[in-house]
Design a protein around this ligand. Structure first.
Ligand code: NG1
Ligand code: ZN
Length: 549
C-alpha cells in the first residue's frame, strides 16, 4: 500500500554505510558525522512512531555534545522531556542496523504490530527538531525530516539551533499544553531568577557579590543563547567568551575539557585570577565552575558537578526546614517531603562524605543521566548530578501542590514571613531549574541566585569540602564488554579474580577507592582512583590499569 511504498522509496535514498554498526547508548547515536545520514533518517522514522504511539509531541536533537566538531549524533526526547524510554532502545538499534530498505520495512511492520501503533489512521504526530552549531547539523536535520515525512500523518517542526535542554524543555512544555517558544523559555528562566533575587534576605552580602561572572561557551550554542538570555536578565554581570563559532567547538574549551584536564580554557588567563568563571559544554547540558589560580600557570580550582549538587542540596534543605518551622502553631500541617541526592561512583568521595554528614540521603546509580534521573524521580525532591556537571532537581507534582497550598495559607496567616518566603523560593526553583534534563543555563542562574542568597564568593563555596585527589585513565582492551559490573558499577563480577586484585591494590592506600567499568560512549575501559595524595591516586590508577591487560 501507499505507506509502504513511501517508506521503501525514501529509505532507498538513505542507504546505511557498509561496515558501520552503531548503538543507541546513554546519549543516543554518536559517530563521525559523515556516516550518520542513514541513522538520522531512521531515527526520524522512530520519532514519528514514538509520537503516534504516545499521542504526544516528541523531540529529536542533533548534537554530539562535548565530542569533537567533526562528530555528530542524534537522540530522542520523550513526552516528559526526558530521554527515550529504555524499552524502545533495542528497536532503535535494530532500525539503525537494518542492512537494506526491505529489512527496514519489515522491522517497522513488526514493531507497529507489536506496539499497536495507530499507523495510517486519522492520528497525527508532531516532532520538534533541534540541532547544535555543528556544520554537519543542517544536512542531518534534513535527513531526519525525510524520515519523519515518510510516516503518514507525521509533521516535523524545525526549531532551529538550540541547546539540548532547550529542546527537551520545549517538548515537555508542549505536552503540558504550554507555549514552548524560545522566548517563553527565556522568560520562565529570567522571571524565576528575578523572583529568587527579590527574596534574598535583608543583610545578605549582596553588594559584595555583585561582581562579574565570566562564562566559557565552548565555542558552541550555549554561549550564543546565554547572550540572548543575558539581554533580559537583570541582577547579573555576565561576560561571555568562546561564544558561537569564535573558535573550534570544544577545542581547548568547554566543560568537559575544564573538568577532565583541570586547566584554564582558551581566552582565559592571568587577568582573570580570582574571578568567578563557569564553563558550558558543546550543547549546554553540562556546567562547571572554576577560578584561575594565581600561583601555577594554567592551573584552576575546579568547582565541579558534585559541588554544584552540594550547593543546591544545602539551599533546598534550608528552605524545606524553614517552610516547616512550626512556631508552636498546632494547626500547622508539617509535612516532611522526601529529599534524595543521587550520585554515581565518579562523585568525589569527599562530596559524598560531606552530603551524608549534612544529614542528606545519598544514593548511587550507574553512570548515565537516564539512570540518575529515574532514581531522583522517586523522591518528592530529587537532586542528581554527575561529577562532569550534568544534573538537575526534580520536584514531584504532589510536593508542588503542597507548596502551592502552603504558600496560600501562609499568605493569609503570615504574609511576608520567612516561612512563606521559603515556600516561594522552592516554587521559584522548580520553575528556574529544567525539570526535563540537566541544563547549564538554568543551572548557572540557580548557582548565581544561591551564591547571592548566601552572600558567598566562589572561594567560600569551594571550601564546603576539599576534593580527594583522583585520577581517571582509559585503557584500550580487546573486548570491553568482558568486564561486567554490579552495585552501581563499583564491583567487577566477571572475569573472576579481577575484583580481588583491585581490592588488594586499593588496600595499599589510605582512603583508597578504585573502580573500573566499560565506557558506554567510547571503546575503552575507564579506571577511576582516589586517595589522599595525587601521587597515590596516580599510582593506584596505574596499577589497576595494568590489571586490565
Ligand atoms: P561513559 O563513556 O559511559 O563513561 C560518559 C560520561 C558520563 C555521561 C556519558 C554520556 C564520564 C566518566 N562518563 O559516559 O558521565 O556523561 O558520557 O554523555 O564522565
Ligand atoms: Zn552535553
Amino acid at each position: 500500500n501507499n505507506q509502504r511504498s513511501i517508506l521503501l522509496e525514501s529509505s532507498s535514498r538513505f542507504p546505511p554505510p557498509p561496515g558501520v554498526k552503531l548503538s543507541y547508548g546513554t546519549s543516543g547515536f554518536r559517530a563521525d558525522a559523515s556516516v550518520l545520514q542513514s541513522t538520522v533518517f531512521r531515527v526520524g522514522i522512530l520519532a514519528a512512531l514514538r509520537s503516534l504511539r504516545t499521542q504526544s509531541v516528541i523531540g529529536l536533537m542533533i548534537t554530539a555534545s562535548h565530542n569533537k566538531v567533526s562528530d555528530n549524533g542524534v537522540k530522542i526526547a520523550d513526552p516528559s522531556g526526558g530521554m527515550l524510554s529504555q524499552d524502545w532502545e533495542p528497536f532503535a538499534d535494530a532500525l539503525a542496523d537494518a542492512p537494506d530498505s526491505q529489512r527496514l520495512l519489515q522491522l517497522v511492520d513488526d514493531f507497529v504490530k507489536k506496539e499497536n501503533i495507530p499507523l495510517e489512521g486519522a492520528q497525527s504526530a508532531e516532532i520538534l527538531l533541534g540541532r547544535d552549531t555543528r556544520p554537519s547539523g543542517e544536512t542531518l536535520l534534513e535527513a531526519a525530516k525525510q524520515g519523519i515525512n515518510s510516516i503518514a500523518g507525521a509533521v516535523a517542526v524545525d526549531m532551529g539551533v538550540l541547546t539540548t535542554p532547550q529542546l527537551h524543555w520545549m517538548v515537555r512544555a508542549r505536552n503540558k499544553s504550554m507555549k514552548a517558544t524560545e522566548l517563553e523559555y527565556f522568560e520562565q528562566l529570567s522571571n524565576s531568577f528575578r523572583c529568587l533575587i527579590d527574596l534574598i534576605p535583608q543583610g545578605s552580602a549582596v553588594n559584595k557579590m555583585n561582581d562579574k561572572l565570566i562564562v566559557d561557551g565552548a565555542n558552541g550554542v550555549g554561549g550564543e543563547k546565554l547572550e540572548l538570555l543575558n539581554k533580559i536578565l537583570n541582577g547579573l554581570d555576565i561576560e561571555i567568551r568562546n561564544s558561537g563559532k569564535q573558535g573550534v567547538l570544544n577545542e581547548g574549551v568547554g566543560a568537559d575539557y575544564v573538568q577532565k584536564e583541570k586547566v584554564v580554557p582558551c581566552k582565559f588567563g592571568p587577568a582573570d585570577v580570582g574571578i568567578r568563571c563557569a564553563s558550558l559544554d558543546g550543547d549546554a547540558d553540562r556546567l562547571v565552575y572554576f577560578s584561575v589560580l594565581s600561583t601555577a600557570n594554567n592551573k584552576i580550582d575546579l568547582v565541579d558537578g558534585d559541588k554544584i549538587l552540594s550547593l543546591f542540596a544545602l539551599f533546598i534543605e534550608e528552605q524545606l526546614n524553614t517552610v516547616n518551622k512550626c512556631d508552636g502553631d498546632t494547626e500547622n500541617k508539617c509535612y516532611w517531603p522526601t529529599l534524595g541526592v543521587v550520585q554515581t561512583a565518579y562523585a568525589n568521595g569527599a562530596s559524598t562524605d560531606y552530603l551524608k554528614h549534612s544529614g542528606l540521603e545519598v544514593v548511587f546509580t550507574k553512570t548515565g543521566v537516564k539512570y540518575l534521573h529515574e532514581k531522583a524521580a522517586e523522591y518528592d525532591i530529587g537532586i542528581y548530578f554527575e561529577a562532569n556537571g550534568h544534573g538537575t532537581i526534580l520536584f514531584s507534582e504532589g510536593l508542588l501542590h503542597w507548596l502551592d497550598g502552603r504558600n496560600s495559607e501562609l499568605a493569609s496567616t503570615s504574609k511576608g514571613s520567612e516561612q512563606q518566603k521559603a515556600a516561594l523560593r522552592l516554587l521559584a526553583v522548580s520553575k528556574l531549574i529544567n525539570q526535563a534534563v540537566g541544563d547549564a543555563l538554568s543551572g548557572l542562574l540557580l548557582v548565581e541566585a544561591i551564591l547571592q542568597h548566601m552572600g558567598w564568593s566562589i572561594h567560600r563555596w569551594n571550601d564546603l569540602y576539599h576534593d580527594l585527589p583522583s585520577r581517571q585513565l582509559k585503557v584500550k582492551v580487546v573486548d570491553r564488554t568482558a568486564i561486567v559490573t554490579e552495585n552501581a558499577e563499583t564491583v567487577v563480577v566477571s572475569p573472576p579474580g579481577i575484583q580481588e586484585a583491585i581490592d588488594a591494590e586499593t588496600a595499599k592506600y589510605p582512603r583508597g577507592r578504585c573502580f573500573v567499568r566499560p565506557s558506554g560512549t567510547e571503546d575503552v575501559v575507564r579506571v577511576y582512583a582516589e586517595a589522599t595524595t595525587q601521587e597515590a591516586a596516580d599510582n593506584l590508577a596505574n596499577s589497576v590499569a595494568q590489571l586490565m591487560d
